[in-house]
Design a protein around this ligand. Structure first.
Ligand code: BGC
Length: 460
């Protein structure tokens, strides 16, 4: 086991190293926000045009669309002010088969438009035009809340003809091709933003959203004066960091292991989303598999015998990691299913490998989150900050260990984690609800300004 530990050494990141990673991310975030530096920045820091978190007075009925994983969902959401909660009135799920994930953009949006049509029919909603939010969980350059250009696909999607295009336009075109219904404006939302906003309705101190699921990412409320790409100095705007791209310029070279490099090389998007590939669910299982293969080749596992399953890419699912961490009995079952001949020592070693890979993921996320939290603190010139992070994603839910590291990485901040209940579904409704509230408030303000002017005139 001592030799095994030696092989796992490159995955163990000291607190010092994590602090270094955090400092690098801080610099990259500044680069991403800069007017002249953002074009080439690895961490994109995308403006979202979401200018406020909920204040609890939002209400109404909304439609929410959600695309980000292997399913597309449509939801009818009611925001109820009296009870301070969001209720899913009804919803429909449409699977996105692999051939569509890798097909043409037209096929993808036709599929989505068909699913939406079916839902509207079933709910008798085709005549109405409810305000609509669309959680689209990929990096997008937003020009406005309803204009959102896909920068690149991630997480196993690769539909042709969508990168560089406005997603709202593609959706509307697909709906027009059908011709059986129409929609009005659509607020485009990243899943991290949806998570922050839905948690923000319950806890109004929530100003960060984080996802550690199939992919990973975070957003937070930044001061407008630092968002150099968008006009205006006042107030705040939510920034979608797209931290998954951290390291794409080579800045994480010193912590990448040989296994990370293979995962990247054999992925459908080599060279991009370096940080994500060390952390998220789409890749963790594959890292473990590659490590197990290496240890077996070195005769440190399974008496040097590799099974056909273990040799095959992506057969070691990410969910096996938490199952194996839960107990040796699970480990034994899974190893048998993978066609391996194991003994007790093997089962223990496999568990150690799983723990090592999942704690590296948790610690790297903690380092990145610490950077954001400390930035918010510094932005406000506070010695201490107390804040809430809305979180979602299966990897986080199964491995909440990152909370431990936070204390060391952001010592001046006290952080509460709030697990979101379907933030990427309901959050899009909340973004739309907040936008409506802000529009109403500014209308009322203009009216009352007008009245004051009138009074002035009468007095003089
Ligand atoms: C995407 C992000 C998204 C994250 C979590 C990443 O691959 O680039 O936009 O927020 O996955 O779903």
């Amino acid at each position: 086991e001592v030799i095994v530990v030696k092989h796992l050494e490159p995955f163990r990141l000291s607190l010092e190293k994590l602090k270094e990673v955090s400092t690098r991310l801080r610099k990259d975030m500044i680069r991403g926000l800069g007017k002249h530096t953002h074009h080439r920045a690895a961490v994109k820091m995308l403006p979202t045009f979401v200018r406020a978190t909920p204040d609890g007075t939002e209400k109404g009925d909304f439609l929410a669309l959600d695309l980000g994983g292997t399913n597309f969902r449509v939801l009818h959401v009611r925001v109820m002010e009296e009870e301070q909660k969001m209720v899913k009135m009804d919803s429909q799920l449409c699977a996105i088969p692999q051939e569509i994930m890798l097909g043409t953009g037209e096929q993808l949006f036709d599929h989505i438009a068909a699913c939406l049509s079916e839902f509207l029919d079933s709910q008798n909603l085709k005549g109405q035009t409810l305000p609509m939010g669309f959680t689209f969980s990929f990096p997008c350059e937003q020009k406005e809340i309803d204009k959102s250009i896909l920068i690149r696909w991630t997480k196993g999607f690769n539909c042709s003809g969508v990168e560089g295009e406005d997603v709202v336009k593609l959706l509307k075109e697909a709906i027009h091709r059908r011709g059986d219904y129409d929609i009005s404006s659509v607020a485009m939302v990243n899943d991290t933003v949806g998570t922050m906003m839905s948690c923000g309705y319950r806890d109004q101190t929530c100003e960060i959203g984080m996802i550690i699921g199939t992919g990973t990412n975070a957003c937070y409320m930044e001061e407008m004066k630092n968002v150099k790409r968008v006009e205006g100095e006042d107030g705040q705007m939510c920034i979608n960091t797209e931290w998954g791209g951290f390291g794409d310029d080579g800045s994480l070279e010193d912590i990448l292991t040989e296994f990370d490099k293979v995962v990247d090389r054999t992925s459908i998007n080599p060279g991009v989303h370096t940080f994500e590939k060390m952390i998220s669910g789409m890749y963790l299982g594959e890292i473990v598999r590659l490590v197990l293969m290496k240890l077996t080749e070195k005769k440190l596992l399974f008496k040097g015998e590799v099974s056909e399953a273990l040799r095959t890419k992506e057969t070691f699912e990410t969910k096996f990691i938490s199952m194996i961490e839960d107990g040796l009995e699970n480990a034994k079952k899974i190893l048998t299913e993978l066609g391996l001949t194991w003994d007790l020592v093997d089962a223990r070693v496999v568990r150690l490998v799983c723990e090592t890979i999942s704690s590296r993921s948790a610690r790297l996320c903690a380092a990145a989150l610490a950077t954001i939290v400390d930035r918010i603190r510094a932005n406000r010139g506070l010695p201490h900050l107390k804040t809430t992070v809305g979180v979602d994603g299966t990897v986080y839910k199964k491995h909440p260990k990152m909370q431990l590291s936070m204390h060391f990485l952001a010592p001046d901040c006290k952080i509460k984690f709030l697990v979101s209940e379907d933030g990427s579904g309901k959050g899009a409704a909340m973004v739309t609800a907040v936008a409506q509230r802000l529009a109403l408030q500014s209308r009322l303000l203009e009216e009352s300004d007008g009245e004051e002017d009138e009074e002035e005139k009468v007095r003089s």
